[in-house]
Design a protein around this ligand. Sequence first.
Ligand SMILES: NC(=O)c1ccc[n+]([C@@H]2O[C@H](COP(=O)([O-])OP(=O)(O)OC[C@H]3O[C@@H](n4cnc5c(N)ncnc54)[C@H](OP(=O)(O)O)[C@@H]3O)[C@@H](O)[C@H]2O)c1
Length: 359
Amino acid sequence: MSMDRRRFISLSAAIAAAPLAASCSGYDKVAAPGVPRSDFDEDSTALQVTEGIDLSGKIAVVTGCTSGIGFETMRVLALRGAWVIGTSRSLQRADDACKLVRGKTTPLALELSDFDSVVRCAETIRALNSPIDMLILNAGYRGGGNERTLIDGVEKHFLVNHLGHFVLVNRLLDRLFFAWQGRIVVVASRAAYRGAPETGIRFDDITLERDYSDSLAYGHSKLANVLFSLELGKLLKGTRITSNALHPGLIDTEIDRNVNRFLQLGFGVLAALRGKSVDAGAATSCFVATSPLLGSTSGRYFEDCNAIEVRESHLQDMAMADRLWVVSEQLTRDYLVKHERPDWDEFENGLRKSGRDGA
Ligand SMILES: NC(=O)c1ccc[n+]([C@@H]2O[C@H](COP(=O)([O-])OP(=O)(O)OC[C@H]3O[C@@H](n4cnc5c(N)ncnc54)[C@H](OP(=O)(O)O)[C@@H]3O)[C@@H](O)[C@H]2O)c1
């Protein structure tokens, strides 16, 4: 194939793949007030942002540890001394990924579109009877083919990316209370404002029946990720648990596994031109999960290792976050447990003095 023809195909593919990368600009971003600024930026890697941080004795859960950002997040946290519990839909794949990593790791099966699987995974983690220091909600799904998929009446992106993680957090929350400073890290995307419906969460059409596209559904679910974290930040005020959401960057991973070859080529070209390496793609997750700067930062949204606000987006819409919480509870009610805040007198250094199970 001649060079010009190859370049033409790559360029066309990149243009066609632009929605996949939530690639359009024009948003006014400002530094989030009251959050310490870091010196890290879009080029920083996960290794750099965790340099000098000793995670020995800490436990992290990373959903979707088998490829891309999740694998690098697991690798770096384990290298820094954390015990990482990594999940995949396939226990075998999780095990293979864990074996590639230096440090202490445990593979677990988790299918986020199946609440029974979510509950089983959470129960296995709970059975360890240990605090969870970092819960990194990284696993993600992006459809291809623009065909709306409903599972038990719920749109698949919303189910996998948002509701599955909603149940997982609910089931593990008391383990985060046990930690000295539990952190929930929600790997969202800038598609939360670039690709979501203009009016935000479609409460009157939550399955996107009206006008479905994979980009819209992905953006819808990623906006749900950010609003979930925002609401968690509010509900957890006064506790030592924080919750923050982030966009990892544009990275050529397997997130495009369901789209056709042409779009995969375009996504690869866009990521090569305007994206990050996987090492840098895991930086914001690792930074938000471990930085001593962020001990009391909660309910924020991060890009390139710094908290920002995006004007004229729904990312900070508290009323929308409240309403999403109610709807999410309704959709998952048979799988949720009720929480009472632990009595702090019962705890010492994150552990129950009596040694009783915290269930
Ligand atoms: N790459 C980007 O440019 C980009 C941009 C913005 C946001 N993100 C977000 O970053 C996160 C990580 O994505 P990635 O780019 O690293 O993609 P990836 O390479 O496709 O990794 C996704 C992970 O999620 C797991 N997963 C997929 N479907 C699942 C399901 N139904 N239940 C449980 N686990 C499931 C996969 O594990 P198994 O297949 O082994 O189950 C895999 O480990 C996602 O939340 C994605 O939305 C990525």
